[in-house]
Ligand binder design. Structure first.
Ligand SMILES: [Zn+2]
Length: 158
């Protein structure tokens, strides 16, 4: 607002006769108030107060519109916090997917834990490709993952 008032000049005011002070826009207000007659100075200050109140009202209205359109501070805080929590959660689940599920030796997809229904070792757990039945890659379940004596299992349900 100060910047705006500094630019408030009335360029077409005719030159003042000697001994008379003229107000040349709000930029010269303080100078005018110091030199003019008390009634004129008071009048000029009232005009300036009106102008300031009008500009403040416009600013409040504009902030109100912005608030309705794009939300307030609290809303934005909550939104960015939720977004962060969401991305943390998906990061974590990605990582756990990667760490405790092996990748298929044939196609590279994640594998899922299955139980052999038939084949040489029915009832035994093994890793099967998540791309099954397109990919029939399997892996033995390591003893740490499931207690088991045999190192390699070709358990398969196909
Ligand atoms: Zn596969």
């Amino acid at each position: 607002m100060r910047a705006r008032l500094a630019q408030d000049h009335a360029p077409n005011v005719p030159p003042a006769p000697p001994g008379v002070v003229r107000l040349r826009g709000l930029a010269g207000l303080s100078e005018f108030v110091e030199q003019a007659a008390p009634e004129l100075a008071g009048n000029a200050m009232l005009c300036a107060v009106n102008q300031a109140a009008y500009l403040l009202k416009r600013q409040l209205e504009s902030q109100g519109r912005t608030f309705l359109e794009s939300g307030g501070f609290t809303e934005k805080l909550y939104e960015s916090r939720s977004r962060r929590k969401e991305s943390d959660r998906s990061d974590k689940s990605d990582r756990s997917d990667r760490s405790d599920k092996p990748l298929c030796p044939k196609c590279g997809k994640h594998m899922v834990l299955r139980t052999a229904r038939k084949g040489p070792k029915p009832g035994q757990a093994f890793w099967g490709c998540s791309g099954y039945p397109d990919c029939k890659g399997t892996l033995a379940v390591r003893p740490s993952e499931k207690s088991d004596k045999s190192d390699r299992s070709d358990g398969s349900d196909s």
